[in-house]
Design a protein around this ligand. Structure first.
Ligand SMILES: CC(C)(COP(=O)(O)OP(=O)(O)OC[C@H]1O[C@@H](n2cnc3c(N)ncnc32)[C@H](O)[C@@H]1OP(=O)(O)O)[C@@H](O)C(=O)NCCC(=O)NCCS
Length: 161
């Protein structure tokens, strides 16, 4: 059974792995070196995660073993929109993809973020199939930079009656 729980500072090494998995590699291209996540433009997505105001993350676990994560952070990354909009990152380990877990994790993260921020943003390569998931959940394109799109999702309060 898969459970979803809040990220803890001790989860940073796993988030680092997930950051690596979140980098899109076009079909037929060789894998990137694992230390790509230490590059100055990539490392800020996870470095010290949980210790900065606005850090919100969820981790999916199966039988107490992490299998994916989704998180937001206020930062000036590839999906930067403005100083009040955190950037979202999501990835699952390959065997866990395509079974609905990403949808579950993303919806849970959006629910967790909604009380704190009016919107979230992200950067996605145009041909990444993840784009369909984002658009299905209401993300819209706000800008384009070469092969990448910046998407935003407005987070309106859900009204319970
Ligand atoms: C993106 C990701 C988190 C989605 O989780 P998931 O559990 O596979 O998705 P679900 O089963 O809930 O929903 C299916 C949707 O996921 C996306 N998806 C499925 N397989 C995918 C894959 N290998 N890579 C990227 N996205 C994928 C598609 O949008 C798919 O929609 P479709 O059925 O209309 O084609 C997961 O596939 C993944 O980790 N992909 C690699 C990392 C990545 O691309 N992260 C986003 C960077 S911007």
């Amino acid at each position: 059974m898969v459970i979803v729980r809040a990220c803890q500072p001790a989860d940073e090494p796993f988030l680092r792995d997930m950051l690596y998995h979140a980098i899109y590699i076009p079909p037929g291209m060789p894998p990137l070196s694992p230390d790509v996540v230490d590059q100055p433009d990539i490392a800020p997505y996870v470095r010290g995660f949980g210790r900065q105001v606005g850090d919100i993350g969820l981790l999916a676990e199966q039988d107490a073993t992490p299998c994916g994560a989704a998180w937001v952070r206020l930062m000036q990354g590839y999906g930067f929109v403005d100083a009040h909009t955190p950037e979202l990152t999501i990835a699952l380990l390959p065997p866990f993809r395509g079974q609905g877990l990403g949808t579950l994790l993303l919806e849970a993260l959006l629910d967790a973020v909604r009380p704190h921020f009016q919107q979230v943003s992200l950067s996605v390569v145009k041909e990444n199939p993840a784009r369909r998931l984002y658009e299905r959940l209401g993300f819209v394109t706000v800008s384009q930079n070469g092969d990448s799109l910046t998407l935003c999702k407005r987070l309106t309060a859900t009204r319970r009656v």
